[in-house]
Write a protein that binds this ligand. Sequence first.
Ligand SMILES: [Zn+2]
Length: 314
Amino acid sequence: MWLLVTGSPRLLLLLLAYITASTVQCRNINLILPNVPDVLHPPIPSEAGISSDDVDGLQSMENIDPEVRPGLFQGDMALNNEIFDYWRVGLRWDIFPEKLWLNRTVPYLISPLYETEHRILIYQAIRTINFLTCVKFVPWTGKEKDYLMIWPVKYPSGCWSYVGRYGGPQIVSLQPPDDTGANCLGTDGRPIHELLHALGIFHEQSRADRDKFVKINFENVIPQYRSNFDKQSLKNTTYQFEYDYNSVMHYGKNFFSIGKGKQTIVPKIEGQKIGQRKMMSKTDCLKINDLYGCLGTPPNYNYKYYTLCNYMGI
Ligand SMILES: [Zn+2]
């Protein structure tokens, strides 16, 4: 099992107590930035069960996808056991009302450790979600208790996020480009993927009905990661939308593969592509708007967001 039992955000609060804030202007927006040490470790305590061997072993593999990291549930999600028991493609707000971002507002802080061009790319992803949904990401003013810290976390590195609002400062890890490749900042899709986890959305191929749409080749999955392909019981799940091969939340065909050419997920429609990280799909867009109650209820639909989502290319 690759569950991460999340640690107390107090750890990070302690760390932040040493950080003083400053304001900078970026594209006519005032951003409050903390002064931080060069290396900031996120609240991943020892009880997270991540062994350094696992991390080193997997990270040294060639062409490893930055969303595929050990020690995190399904590679890129930090979950606690309670959430794991009740999760579905989107969190159930009736069970986890506290995971919902209040007033559909998500304060965020982009780390000053990023290069300007990478900050702009992250900002573009945020702007896309703000435009297409009624959820609003707003720069953290230093006053809000709950907010996202978008950070180039060093350990565990890669692209990862908590699911839903965690309470207090909450890391979204986006590894910047380096000699090995673009990591989490090659396209808008990767930051969007992790931000959607932070809004409460899970991976598309974990739906209970996924076997009608994809075949999982378990024999091609690295044995210790087979549970990353678990699907969820229908008992806890209802789906508002059709299965979405184009979802930015769908795994790629080689995720957790034992080697080249050994596909782990095969779509049942021939030639169907999966695992795009370019952009939110139409259905991703509708999914967030639905989870956050932006679409209205019959007969009072809010057509604005239906229309915006339907304009999406993918
Ligand atoms: Zn993910």
